[in-house]
Design a protein around this ligand. Structure first.
Ligand code: FAD
Ligand code: SF4
Length: 507
């Protein structure tokens, strides 16, 4: 064998560079389903099923092209980990080289490098053409400056001529984020388009049984799969988004509503991350909706910014700061993740709603992740690595290169400011403004002390008090700290006492 070409579970794009020089006469494709990839974090059943179903559909498509593929099926081999499976294949087939598109995950890359080294077989890493920038380009661009998403986004807007009029942004502004803070008002969202669902074909049916059989005690529901697992299905999800949702995208991006898990979100992150969708095509199609007048500029720009801006930026940061990022804990947070993160069993309605839908669908939208589950963990002082393990486990779109920066960086400030210039913190009043969760909660968002005090509000003030010295002089924390300092000594003592009682109770 000349080359063994590895395809990982999140590398399911047929236009991958792996196929460029592939010769079916001399080379072999290799894919493996292994238990450890679903167990290194306690993965949600929907997440496991999405990966396995998408992998099996991709394998079927490769076989239909008569490409030589060695595919290890879960339960039909005894290898516990990816490295064990790969080591056995290499020993047996002795290829001249191993080829691999750069993995999205530092841990997986390390495993593969080590196995190849142990077997003394050269490993060639190929550029991942799915992304619109490379980690190397990002590193060069960063140089010695403090990188911010907005400026990398502008570089890529220009490079791919997206929403550009010559060298100026269409409409005169790069960013319409200010137009994106809408709430639903008392009546709530109306006529929301339902998500696209697919009947499970035979491949998916078998995967659902496999997951129930091999991972019965894993979190999450799996009566049916809610997510696309083929490029065709992913296109249908995208078409629904463009036709029915995009015009409202930015406007309600930060809003939340009881019983409405999907609102005006695209629901494409898992399809993008498994590479069932090509990001540049998605971006260009979105842009067309602006040019044809089907969607306003603010909505289209807001959507494109998520993919061309945030998605590329977090990947650049991930590779720039790994492996150091993983261990960071700038705020010295040491509490355990409360058990209710795995059950949704809590009196706090915002958390009950956000975690409940997470367990049902493997999905919560960005503001639920950042400003409900992430916010609580940060205010409560949960050890960031436990928060990271939870986010990596419970979302269908969770892959480490995107999850880790969002969790340890944006949501927990564990990196001390690599990703976010200040902690994303707020009291219960923010959740009250952006949702109707508080209306159905026994706590009162404006109250920091007393029997009905909202834990978010108590812990918000307590967080500021705990970290007052650290953030003194921080240009973007001054306003919050001044509000804290306006409180009398008695008020501060009462808040602290309330927080101590809350920590002492099992929540
Ligand atoms: C703590 C935390 C953990 C997260 N973990 C993940 C993760 O594991 N995988 C993941 O893909 N996203 C993650 N995100 C980012 C974001 O929440 C999800 O991409 C989004 O909610 C997916 O839903 P959607 O497809 O409906 O996205 P939409 O809100 O409709 O956005 C469209 C697309 O933009 C991209 N995008 C949006 N925000 C971000 C962001 N902050 N970083 C990178 N890409 C973004 C996604 O590809 C998304 O599909 C996380 C955010 C937070 C705060
Ligand atoms: S009152 Fe507090 S705990 Fe209850 S829903 Fe509102 S923010 Fe959440």
């Amino acid at each position: 064998m000349r080359r063994l070409c590895l395809i990982l579970g999140d590398q399911l794009n047929r236009d991958s560079t792996l196929f460029n020089e592939f010769d079916p006469q001399q080379d072999q494709l290799w894919m493996a389903e292994v238990q450890a990839e679903s167990q290194h974090v306690w993965s949600h059943k929907q997440r496991i099923a999405v990966f396995l179903a998408a992998m099996r559909h991709f394998a079927a498509a490769l076989r239909a092209e008569a490409l030589p593929l060695d595919y290890l099926v879960l339960g039909e081999h005894h290898f516990a980990s990816l490295s064990a499976a790969l080591a056995a294949t290499l020993e047996q087939s002795q290829p001249e080289e191993v080829w691999l598109v750069r993995p999205g995950d530092y841990r997986v890359l390390g495993e593969i490098v080590q196995v190849c080294r142990e077997q003394d077989i050269p490993l060639r890493q190929l550029t991942d053409k799915h992304f619109l920038s490379t980690p190397g380009e990002f590193k060069t661009w960063v140089g010695a400056k403090q990188p911010r998403m907005e400026f990398w986004y502008r570089v890529l807007r220009k490079r791919y001529a997206i929403l550009m009029a010559g060298d100026k942004p269409v409409g005169g502004k790069w960013n319409y984020d200010h137009d994106n803070r809408g709430t639903f008002g008392k009546a709530g969202p109306e006529n929301l388009p339902p998500p696209t669902l697919f009947a499970a074909d035979e491949v998916t049916q078998t995967v659902l049984q496999t997951v129930q059989q091999h991972f019965p005690d894993h979190p999450g529901e799996l009566e049916r799969l809610h997510w696309p697992v083929t490029p065709g299905q992913a296109q249908q999800v995208l078409a629904r988004f463009f036709e029915q949702v995009l015009p409202h995208f930015g406007q309600y991006q930060d809003a939340m509503w009881t019983g409405q898990p999907f609102l005006y979100h695209a629901l494409i992150a898992s399809a993008l991350n498994l590479k069932l969708l090509d990001p540049l095509t998605v971006i260009q199609q979105a842009e067309q909706h602006y040019h044809t007048g089907a969607a306003p500029l603010a909505a289209v720009e807001g959507f494109i910014r998520q993919i061309l801006g945030w998605r590329e930026y977090v990947r650049g940061l991930y590779w720039l700061h790994m492996p150091d990022w993983y261990g960071m804990n700038a705020l010295a947070a040491e509490r355990d993740l409360p058990d209710f993160y795995w059950t949704g069993d809590t009196e706090m309605n915002c958390l009950r709603e956000s975690i409940g839908q997470t367990l049902r669908y493997g999905y919560a939208h960005h503001i639920q992740r950042l400003m409900v589950t992430g916010l609580f963990a940060q205010l409560y002082g949960v050890q960031p690595q436990q928060v990271h393990a939870w986010y990596l486990a419970v979302y269908v779109d969770a892959v480490e290169w995107v999850e880790l920066p969002n969790t340890l960086g944006m949501s927990q400030y564990a990196d001390g400011g690599i990703m976010a210039s200040k902690p994303y913190i707020a009291s219960g009043n923010y959740i009250n403004k952006m949702s109707n969760y508080c209306r159905h909660c026994r706590f009162k968002p404006a109250q920091a002390v007393g029997a009905e005090a909202c834990p978010f509000t108590t812990l918000f003030w307590d967080f500021l008090a705990r970290h007052e010295a650290r953030f003194a002089g921080h240009p973007r924390m001054g306003f919050m700290l001044k509000n804290l300092q306006r409180k009398s000594a008695e008020e501060r003592a009462a808040i602290q006492e309330q927080a101590v009682q809350f920590y002492a109770r099992s929540c």
